[in-house]
Design a protein around this ligand. Sequence first.
Ligand SMILES: C[S@@+](CC[C@H](N)C(=O)[O-])C[C@H]1O[C@@H](n2cnc3c(N)ncnc32)[C@H](O)[C@@H]1O
Length: 202
Amino acid sequence: MRRVRRADGFEVNLNITKEDFINPPRELQRSTVINRALKEFIADINAINEQTKYFVSGEIDTEVREINDRTNTKLSDEEIMEDWQIPLMQKMADVICETKGAILEIGFGRGVSADMIQNHNVKSHTIIECNDEVITNYFQKWKTQYTTSEIRIVKGLWQNVIDDLPCFDGIFFHTYPLNQEEYMKYVNESITFAEHFFSYSI
Ligand SMILES: C[S@@+](CC[C@H](N)C(=O)[O-])C[C@H]1O[C@@H](n2cnc3c(N)ncnc32)[C@H](O)[C@@H]1O
């Protein structure tokens, strides 16, 4: 089955090569769902065209450095977490700490959200962090403020350590893609970055 749709500025060609691909009982049903999919795709492309008119080129950092993998790289404060995220993190912390129970935080970063979690007087606070530099330069110092709290650091990629941890009452998930491969998989091919974590959060 072939379908061609011409729109202002582009053309969409669909060629279904297998007879049993999208094969409901009636031919009309097949046409209807395929036509709907094409209509939605054309609407998406038009929306992308409109959105991209508002793109800006972004800041070119004169001291830009190539970071191929940031799993264990020493990063600046802004590279770890940009300040515009702070109000969002506060809302996230308020929601996940509602029970004041056992909280898991994935990605310690600069420890800003860790303070927010501690301010809720939670029962326990477990943190997974993969970056040795972050643990040494931020976590170790941060922890000295909370001598009476139950805080536990688990070093490693959450993907490697999470199965050994118990259940939690709230999870604060705040990581970023560590390399290009993760960027392509978790950002480009997902609806939202946290999607790859969703199955662990049930
Ligand atoms: C955006 S920062 C977290 C910011 C933090 N909420 C704060 O208040 O500063 C992301 C952190 O997640 C860590 N991270 C990224 N991917 C990870 C992974 N797969 N497993 C464990 N930690 C990860 C990074 O090393 C970094 O410290």
